[in-house]
Design a protein around this ligand. Structure first.
Ligand code: GLC
Length: 475
């Protein structure tokens, strides 16, 4: 019965929520400030070589397979079951903490699937907006180490997630939500909670807000001290920001914006964090300045190539977290996005949400594997590359090696179509007499220039293949 109820909830409400999510997307800041700390600069350059990562959303929302956290926020774009009052709904949601028991918790399976996809860095939700901690914090009892899973030897989930990815040589990112809707110092039960912001005027209760700042500092300090080496601190919830950074542009993004200063003192947090984790990349999303070491457009790809570091976070399905029967993007679609992103100078952080039992759905593993089959043989045109002088010509995208000596052309082919015998592009053309190689099998290919375009013969072993995501050439 309970199951049926959940499914009904999902079928009826999920599409509404998904389609209204524009209110909730983090946009791209319009300015970028390069870091000056040499260790941060070095890590940033190393991170820019990785190109493809996984963003794992896993928390209470997996229990019922609903949108992560937002279902308990009272903004009008969010639909929820109206047979429960808002307060009942919140209680229903908070109570997942009493049943969340991922007995099949298997971060090694996640890491293997990500590795097989060709991913090289991982970001994990240590705490989402709902405030439920996936690590053993001492600052609250609202955590995975305090429920039915507490007796499990791997109850301190974040530790084992980071370790599983580290063992496979991934760079490690800790996602942390600045807003915390479970904290009495953020959403105070004295008042209603009308939107995503603090529900009390922090100018009137500075002691309360200061306590929240200290709580945030302490939690991030725990993550920095007790969870091994961390490369990225990925701070979500950009509406929690210093009031002076709320520009007209930020207002234009459409999210409920704070009426008062909600800054949590990121400079202090970053200083402490970098003392423990030298060179740490701090990604204070959308808060342009020294603590947004790379930009993070969400579910979107910038129109042009950018010569500063950035990353698109995009879901594999429609949601960040696990939603039963979610629809996933095809391997080809993901590969095409990755190619476009890399040619524009960014990285792709692909969203995957493990099931409430602790495993990633096998249908997703299969898609990741197929992405990896392409990456394995074509990775030379992706990893460690930088933007070329021309970014694209229609469906062909260009990258180049860091030393600028090798050019790459990636021709995205339409899904479900036979591979043609020849392909052609304008823009980045081989120099006279240059040798061109087909990357997937290392063979040299024939090419000719006609007017302003190059025509390239596709090797016989690939021409007429029933389909292939993209052909990569070097010259
Ligand atoms: C947005 C959403 C959040 C999600 C994140 C992932 O910030 O608020 O729910 O976790 O994007 O990029």
């Amino acid at each position: 019965m309970k199951h049926f109820f959940y499914s009904l909830l999902i079928v009826v409400f999920f599409p509404l929520v998904a389609s209204a999510q524009e209110n909730n997307l983090h946009h791209q800041s319009s300015t970028y400030q390069w870091p000056t700390d040499p260790q941060v600069k070095a890590k940033l350059d190393n991170w820019q070589d990785q190109k493809f990562g996984v963003l794992v959303h896993w928390g209470l929302y997996a229990v019922s397979g609903i949108i992560e956290s937002w279902q308990i926020c009272s903004e009008s774009w969010i639909e929820r079951d109206s047979t429960m009052t808002y307060d009942e709904y919140k209680k229903w949601y908070w109570d997942f903490s009493k049943v969340f028991n991922p007995t099949k918790f298997n971060p090694e399976q996640w890491a293997q699937a990500a590795k097989d996809a060709g991913m090289r860095y991982a970001v994990f939700t240590t705490k989402h907006h709902d405030g439920f901690c996936m690590f053993d914090t001492k600052q609250t009892d609202f955590k995975i180490t305090n429920g039915p899973f507490s007796a499990n030897p791997r109850a301190d989930v974040a530790k084992y997630v980071f370790q599983a990815f580290r063992d496979k040589e991934f760079m490690i990112g800790a996602y942390f939500s600045k807003p915390d809707w479970h904290s009495q110092d953020f959403w105070w039960s004295k008042y209603a909670t009308p939107d995503r912001n603090t529900n009390y005027d922090i100018r009137k209760y500075p002691w309360k807000w200061n306590r929240f700042k200290q709580f945030t500092y302490n939690q991030i300090s725990e993550l920095m001290h007790n969870y091994g080496s961390i490369d990225i601190l990925w701070l979500d919830g950009g509406w929690v920001r210093p009031l002076e950074t709320v520009t007209d542009e930020v207002r234009g993004w459409g999210a409920a914006i704070p009426a008062w200063n909600q800054e949590v003192d990121i400079p202090r947090i970053a200083k402490m964090s970098r003392e423990v984790q030298p060179g740490l990349l701090v990604v204070d999303r959308t808060v342009a300045g020294p603590y947004e070491n790379y930009q993070t457009p969400e579910q979107a790809i910038p129109a042009q190539a950018l010569d500063h570091p950035w990353e698109s976070c995009i879901t594999l399905g429609n949601a960040w977290g696990f939603v039963p029967n979610d629809q996933y993007k095809s391997p080809t679609k993901v590969i095409h996005k990755l190619i476009e992103i890399v040619a524009k100078g960014g990285s792709l952080l692909l969203g995957v949400g493990p099931r409430p039992d602790g495993m990633v759905e096998l249908s997703e593993v299969k898609i990741l594997k197929e992405i990896g089959d392409w990456m394995k043989v074509n990775g030379a045109a992706i990893y460690g590359t930088r933007i070329s002088k021309v970014c694209r010509d229609e469906n062909t995208f260009f990258t180049q090696s860091k030393d600028g000596k090798t050019q790459y052309a990636l021709v995205c082919l339409p899904e479900g179509k036979v591979v043609p015998k020849t392909v052609e592009w304008k823009g980045d053309l081989p120099k006279k007499g240059a040798k061109m190689k087909f990357i997937a099998n290392g063979t040299t290919v024939k090419w000719t220039i006609t007017g302003d375009k190059v025509i390239v013969m596709v090797p016989a072993s690939f021409a007429k293949k029933s389909e292939y995501p993209a052909l990569a050439f070097s010259f």
